[in-house]
Ligand binder design. Structure first.
Ligand code: GLV
Length: 330
């Protein structure tokens, strides 16, 4: 049998490559050089499958240049970098990595929440600059986390993992989600399903953990920020574009919002320069799932999805079963 030819677009772990090499002819990018769209198209032409990352745009133009492609395995749970409808139309299977990163991502949402509330990044920078000269009672006061109300927008697997951690801080949870959770789960999470407006008005901490799409673009803009309490803190571990960054910078700068903890940005890895001037924003470079164990699990999950797809099976995390119905000539 002919071995499938595949492209791995970014550096992965040695055992990910070893697993892929058991059944595929692998072109990898262990030097982690960023491919331009043209170079990606050139390398992918003639390949049967790819392991890619959220930095790779998989769109109709790329697909048109790669007629052999049968499967795209994203190393991420979010897949807004992939035009899934265009893949389905060409009979290209798309997979993601749900489940394996829930707890690590939830841990990091809490790291940002705690850091923003207690000003950890600002304090660290102050001490490194040699600016701690004396102790004062009213110095660098933060805001209490315990007992405050936690609002979660996007109550999927990761949102629920964030909610579970709230019990340790005695925090009631409000949540928005397209679907309401079942009553048992709501009870276990001490969580109430409310409208977005109610959540924004009542929550002391608002955590965003929902997918990015046309529908969720600028879900949090000037009007939504104005609904939040001026003492509230916003955490975004979802995707850039869910928040209108310019509006957030404006609100943080004017003191209309206490602070923010951010892992994702519009146009990342470029940052809106306004963020750099704000002491009340804790900034991280899209790393919420980045622990050694979880990133390894994500890469292996993508590799297993791709191998299953190319073997003619149904990959465990197939996002577009409709791709199997496409009668594209091969
Ligand atoms: C990371 O952002 C992911 O979607 O897994």
């Amino acid at each position: 049998m002919m071995r499938s030819k595949i492209l791995v677009t970014r550096e992965v772990f040695d055992d990910t490559l070893a697993f892929l090499a058991q059944s595929c002819e692998v072109e990898s990018n262990q030097a982690d050089a960023a491919f331009s769209p043209e170079e990606l198209a050139r390398r992918l032409a003639g390949k049967d499958g790819m392991v890619c990352c959220l930095t790779d745009a998989i769109d109709a133009k790329l697909l048109a240049a790669c007629p052999r492609l049968k499967a795209v395995a994203n190393i991420a749970v979010g897949y807004n970098n992939i035009d899934v409808a265009a893949c389905s139309a060409r009979g290209v299977m798309v997979t993601n990595t749900p489940g394996v990163l829930d707890d690590s991502t939830a841990d990091f949402a809490w790291a940002l929440l705690l850091a923003a509330a207690r000003r950890v990044a600002e304090l660290d920078a102050t001490l490194r600059a040699g600016n701690w000269t004396h102790w004062q009672l009213k110095q660098w006061m933060g805001v209490d986390i315990h007992g405050a109300t936690l609002g979660i927008i996007g109550m999927g697997r990761i949102g629920q993992a964030i909610a579970r951690r709230a019990a340790g801080f005695d925090m009631p949870v409000l949540y928005c989600n397209r679907k309401r959770l079942d009553a048992d789960l709501e009870k276990r999470l001490n969580a109430a399903w409310v409208s977005k407006d109610e959540l924004l008005a009542r929550a002391d901490f608002v955590v965003l953990q929902l997918p990015y799409s046309k529908e969720t673009h600028h879900l949090i803009g000037a009007a939504e920020l104005a609904r939040m309490k001026p003492t509230a803190i916003l955490v975004n571990t979802a995707r850039g574009g869910v928040v209108d960054d310019a509006a957030l910078i404006e609100a943080l700068g004017a003191g209309r919002l206490r602070a923010a903890g951010l892992d994702v940005y519009e146009g990342e890895p470029k940052l809106h320069p306004g963020f750099l001037k704000l002491k009340n924003a804790v900034l991280a470079p899209h790393v919420a799932s980045s622990t050694e164990a979880t990133r390894a699990r994500m890469a292996m999950t993508a590799a297993k999805n791709l191998v299953a797809a190319l073997a003619g099976g149904t990959p465990p995390n197939l996002l577009n079963p409709e791709s199997r119905q496409s009668s594209r000539p091969r």
